[in-house]
Design a protein around this ligand. Structure first.
Ligand code: MG
Ligand code: MG
Ligand code: MG
Length: 306
């Protein structure tokens, strides 16, 4: 029976490309592994797959009766439906340890690095398998995507070294240029529905029993989002009601200015002040230097909700 390698819901470049690259490694090591995605690909990921010659992985949203390897997440709220009816063989990740449990011991590799792709590269090396040129390309793109071109607070020396080595294998001379091309795709918002933008990069968390959703839109200039802010805020209110959330936060991240405007719809506005020491001004608060959800936002909300 085939093993599916799959990343989180609202798939991002790291989630999709790490699944493709790790499935390829597993196949080389003799496992019938198939990469999968849990939803529509975002424009950046489509661009990356096309650039390096890959087609979209198949869609998989239900884990019932499947053997799976999870990459880039370990949270129940972010994984396949009916995960309790799946057999989880491995988890490869770079986030805080989530709430997925298994009945048996499994291979679980989680490293505090900037991307799952960095971990997958290490696994190629540990297994003595040469990284194919096109695989190096999508792994590099994943590192650049998750670390905001090696600028995010999540970036480690391991990521920088991995990116340099992957660029060499992939034949990418200028990774800054590749990164900017990718972020331009992300910043292309014309004609997009607010709901699509909100859910493009959106994660659910259980914070001390409260359902909290945190999305992120990364753009090369916040002014690109001016006309979208009000419709996005209205959409957040709707989603909060529909999904019975305590809070919905949306990070509007300016990757050039290096900071985030945090749009907030919450039952308790004090969690924002508790988390960041700053009060909401109307619908949002500006957080200078904040670019990483997992390192600069989630841990502070976890504490604020505790
Ligand atoms: Mg991800
Ligand atoms: Mg990632
Ligand atoms: Mg991200």
């Amino acid at each position: 029976m085939a093993v599916y390698v799959v990343g989180h819901k609202s798939p991002d470049t790291d989630s999709v490309c790490s699944a493709i690259a790790y499935a390829e490694l597993k196949r080389k090591l003799g496992t019938e592994a198939i990469p999968a995605r849990q939803g529509e690909l975002n424009p950046e990921t489509k661009f990356v797959l096309e650039k390096f010659g890959f087609s979209e992985p198949e869609l998989l949203t239900d884990g019932a009766g499947k053997k799976v390897i999870l990459v880039d997440h370990s949270e129940v709220g972010q994984t396949l439906d009916n995960i309790d009816q799946a057999e989880i063989l491995e988890i490869i990740d770079h986030h805080k340890i989530g709430d997925i449990t298994t009945p048996n011991p499994i291979f679980f590799l989680n490293m505090p690095v900037g991307s799952t792709a960095t971990v997958v590269k290490k696994l190629y090396e540990e297994n003595g398998v040469e990284i194919p040129k096109n695989i190096a390309g999508i792994l590099l793109a994943s590192v650049l995507s998750d670390t905001v071109i090696l600028k995010s607070a999540t970036t480690t020396d391991t990521d920088v070294k991995a990116a340099e080595e992957l660029a060499k294998i992939a034949g990418v001379d200028d990774m800054q240029e590749l990164g900017m091309e990718m972020f331009k795709q992300k910043s292309d918002l014309a004609g997009k529905e607010p709901r699509e933008l909100l859910f493009r990069d959106f994660k659910d968390f259980n914070m001390s029993g409260n359902k909290v959703g945190i999305g992120q839109i990364e753009v090369v200039s916040l002014s690109l989002l001016d006309e979208f802010k009000d419709p996005l805020y209205e959409e957040m209110k709707k989603v909060k009601e529909e999904g019975d959330y305590h809070s919905i936060f949306l990070m509007l991240t300016d990757i050039i200015q290096e900071g985030t405007e945090l749009l907030s719809v919450t039952d308790d506005v004090s969690v924002v002040e508790k988390a960041f020491g700053k009060k909401l001004e109307g619908k949002s608060v500006w957080l200078p230097g904040v670019m990483s959800r997992k390192k600069q936002v989630v841990p502070f909300f976890e504490k604020a909700f505790a």
